[in-house]
Design a protein. Structure first.
Length: 145
């Protein structure tokens, strides 16, 4: 069990390091959303297989507070499970970018019922006004045997 935890922690650390390196070597974002506009989410993309965590990478208006939340749905009947799962509340980097690791929880019944996640990313102003949500629909990665 301890070896599994060490391997998992190492994989997460390597994924974060790879994302940070990619973000630093990629072309700078030429256009940032204006205040009040939905953030731009570059990763993950619609339909990606993710889990048990994923790095959400994107851009938002300078000085924004980015909020990331996840909702879980049953793909067979469309019903929503659980409450909204909080992920992060964090100010964007000075250049308007963000790269935040969130968990994508596993439901105990997910092997019997196919699930999908909706990752909602938005900004909030100091007076509590929310921007429109950037919503990315992704699927849980099957566990390795």
């Amino acid at each position: 069990m301890r070896t599994h935890s060490i391997v998992l922690a190492t994989c997460i650390a390597l994924a974060m390091l790879a994302a940070v390196c990619a973000a630093q070597t990629s072309q700078p974002t030429t256009k940032l959303p204006a205040k009040g506009e939905a953030p731009i989410v570059k990763s993950p993309q619609k339909g990606d297989l993710i889990g048990p965590s994923t790095l959400v990478v994107g851009a938002a208006a300078l000085g924004s507070l980015v909020v990331i939340q996840t909702q879980i749905y049953d793909t067979l009947d469309g019903s929503k499970y659980y409450r909204t799962i909080p992920g992060h509340r964090h100010k964007v980097n000075p250049d308007g970018t963000f790269a935040l690791l969130i968990s994508t929880p596993r439901a105990f019944f997910w092997e019997q019922r196919p699930l999908r996640y909706e990752i909602h990313t938005y900004t909030v102003t100091a007076d509590g006004k929310e921007s429109p949500h950037a919503i990315v629909t992704v699927n849980p990665k099957p566990p390795t045997p």
